[in-house]
Design a protein around this ligand. Structure first.
Ligand SMILES: [Zn+2]
Length: 258
């Protein structure tokens, strides 16, 4: 299994990061993608990849909640890093209007510039989109004719929203702990997405799946998401593992997973 979205480089894991990796490996998670949040988190990502090069890949981007008045300077700091290290995606990027709409316009501009990096470098995107589907699709639509590939991470939307996204591009959908929540509508959406466009993720330390809901999330728990997905689709866990791993290696330029 691959955890395609995890923030286990963050301070929440400073006391037991080695055990977190060990538990992930024991749970069958062979690879973990770390999307960064802004320039300041990059050294933590690079440290982890140096320590576990076979199991860790990195994405570079400015998280929408890190977009403020200085967003352009922040991107100026990130852009030279594209040439200096190996990145498997631009992320996480996107638009989040859930808590605060102050930087709505700046978030759109930052997303546009970073999607340009995807086009220039042939890299996929990892999009974080919360209460912002219209704005996100507006920005993506500016790339018609040269649309990058990518994933809508932590997707929690409806079948109608899947259709709207697919009208713009044949993207992937990252599913995490929300799938396992009792009142989740996602089990209705999952068959519409189809297993061939689903990626597994945790978004650790957030969004821990049942039976860990409310606790710190970690990459090992992606196995709980996989089991739930297998139940929802009436498939074997091994099929879910095989297909979602293949999806991740198709989308992201990861080291060989066999
Ligand atoms: Zn994230």
């Amino acid at each position: 299994m691959i955890d395609t979205h995890s923030h286990i480089y963050s301070a929440e894991f400073d006391d037991d990061r080695e055990q977190v990796i060990q538990r992930a490996l024991e749970a069958g998670v062979t690879h973990i993608i770390l999307p960064n949040e802004g320039p300041d988190s990059v050294p933590r990502l690079l440290d982890m990849q140096a320590q576990w090069p076979r199991h860790i890949s990195l994405a570079l981007g400015l998280h929408p909640e890190e977009v403020h008045d200085d967003w352009s300077n922040q991107l100026d700091r990130l852009e030279p890093l594209l040439d200096r290290h190996h990145w498997v995606a631009i992320g996480e990027v996107g638009i989040d209007l859930y808590w605060d709409k102050t930087y709505h316009h700046q978030q759109m501009q930052a997303l546009e510039r970073q999607l340009g990096w995807c086009v220039d470098r042939g890299l996929p995107f990892i999009i974080h989109c919360r209460e912002a589907l219209d704005a996100t699709l507006d920005v993506l639509n500016q790339f018609r004719g040269q649309m990058p590939q990518g994933v809508f991470h932590c997707f929690t939307g409806t079948a109608h929203e899947v259709d709207r996204i697919r009208a713009v591009g044949d993207f992937y959908f990252g599913l995490g702990g929300v799938l396992t929540f009792k009142k989740s509508q996602l089990p209705l959406t999952v068959p519409v997405i189809g297993l061939d466009r689903i990626l597994l993720e945790t978004d650790a330390p957030y969004m821990a799946p049942v039976p860990h809901r409310g606790q710190r999330n970690e990459s090992a728990y992606v196995a709980d998401v996989a089991r739930c997905l297998a139940d929802v689709l009436s498939l074997d866990l091994s099929t879910v593992d095989r297909v979602t791993t293949a999806n991740a290696t198709t989308l992201f330029p990861l080291p060989c997973q066999s």
